[in-house]
Design a protein around this ligand. Structure first.
Ligand SMILES: Cc1ncc(COP(=O)(O)O)c(C=O)c1O
Length: 377
């Protein structure tokens, strides 16, 4: 069954009664220390700002971490087990995989492996900034191309730019911070015809959250096209952001090239144990999607009620309009114990809101409605 079929039938069959009063989500929250109140920062604020998974690591991963602690004095990090579990999960060969300290290390590796003074990065704006940040210490050029009015990557302009010389093209799809998707058929049409000197970095950090059927993943390219790097993470759907594990899926020759720039012996033993347990946890993806869907509904309903426009989201966050100054809005939310968003130029009349647990989104909804009654929003 493909991912979409799996997700939809899983949602229908397995999730009835998961969320909502008395559902299994309630039981999970009761059983999991820290979840009852939601994940707070050190000052007790609710974090709705970094696109984290509010469910945290799965109970199975938590047990695996505790068990693995005694191995912390050893090198190895369960690397072989992670690669085996991941290759089974994705249906790829172990030689297709490169592990990183989060997917952001994969982006850094790609900068080092593929770019050069005459090989620029071509990226959208706004998009996830990390790959741009890795250019700062290098004499490399970045060509930024604004998203189209319907918030897709501007494939026409990116493609024209890539024809000038060898290039590295960054596709964040779904895109952070907009939450929007670029139609996969359009990207595929370019990849199919592109020369090998155009390298495609396909960042699929949020793929499991996608509901738009114009989207599909890029794994089909990896055996035919050594110039395609599919980049994924355990940080989002598997709730392991603090454990730092991401990976690239590529042609084996490309994996060999990436390995030259990767830190050896990754992952650390706790991340490795959690990853294997998470990949073997049959319900983990559906649970995260169910919670995200419920929280998204609360946010949509609230924004509709307040008449605040928002972008269609295929992720665990949403960009919505605010009225007034963005920093003032965020500070007021912080005063109410809610950390929301940061600046994403040029979209400074929008705030990016990450979806937390449904009860956290209820708290956000009450707060923003209170702002309306004070004439702040
Ligand atoms: C699009 C995108 N890619 C990559 C990352 C980095 O994730 P990590 O390094 O935790 O795997 C993020 C984090 O928010 C992201 O939004």
């Amino acid at each position: 069954m493909d991912r979409r079929g799996f997700v939809t039938s899983g949602m229908a069959a397995g999730l009835a009664g998961f969320t909502g009063a008395g559902g299994a989500l309630g039981t999970l929250i009761e059983r999991t220390p820290g979840l009852r109140q939601g994940r707070r920062d050190e000052n007790g604020n609710i974090r709705l700002s970094s696109n984290e998974n509010p469910l945290g690591v799965s109970p199975a991963a938590r047990d695996a971490i505790i068990e693995a602690i005694v191995e912390s004095n050893r090198y190895g990090g369960r690397r072989a087990e992670v690669i085996e579990a991941l290759s089974n999960y994705l249906g790829v060969k172990p030689e297709n995989l490169t592990l990183g300290f989060g997917s952001t290390e994969i982006l850094q590796i790609c900068t080092q492996a593929f770019q050069g003074p005459n090989t620029p990065l071509i990226a959208a704006v706004p998009t996830f900034e990390d790959v741009m940040d890795y250019q700062d210490t290098m004499p490399f050029e970045v060509k930024t191309i604004p998203l189209t009015p319907d918030l897709q990557h501007d494939i026409g302009r990116m493609r024209e730019e890539s024809k000038k010389r060898p290039s590295v093209v960054y596709f964040c799809n779904p895109n952070n911070p907009t939450g929007t998707i670029t139609a996969s058929a359009d990207i595929d049409a370019w990849i199919a015809e592109a020369p090998e000197s155009t390298i495609f970095l396909m960042d699929e950090a949020y793929l499991e959250y996608v509901t738009d059927d114009r989207y599909w993943d890029s794994l089909k390219w990896i055996e035919q096209k050594p110039n395609v790097v599919v980049i994924r993470t355990f940080s989002k759907i598997f709730g392991m952001a603090g454990l730092r594990l991401g990976y690239a899926v590529t042609h084996p020759t490309t994996a060999t090239r990436l390995a030259e720039h990767a830190v050896q012996n990754s992952p650390n033993v706790l991340a490795g144990a959690a990853a294997v347990a998470s990949l073997n946890d049959q319900g983990i993806v559906q649970r995260a999607i169910a919670v995200n869907t419920e929280s998204k509904a609360i946010v949509h309903q609230t924004l509709d009620e307040l008449g605040l426009e928002y972008l269609p989201t295929n992720t665990n966050f949403i960009m919505h309009r605010i009225q007034g100054d963005l920093a003032t809005y965020r500070n007021r939310m912080a005063d109410a114990g809610l950390l929301v968003g940061r600046n994403f130029p040029p979209m400074l009349d929008y705030n990016r809101l990450s979806f937390g647990l449904p009860n956290e989104m209820d708290q956000w909804a009450d707060t923003i409605k209170g702002f309306r009654s004070k004439g702040w929003i």
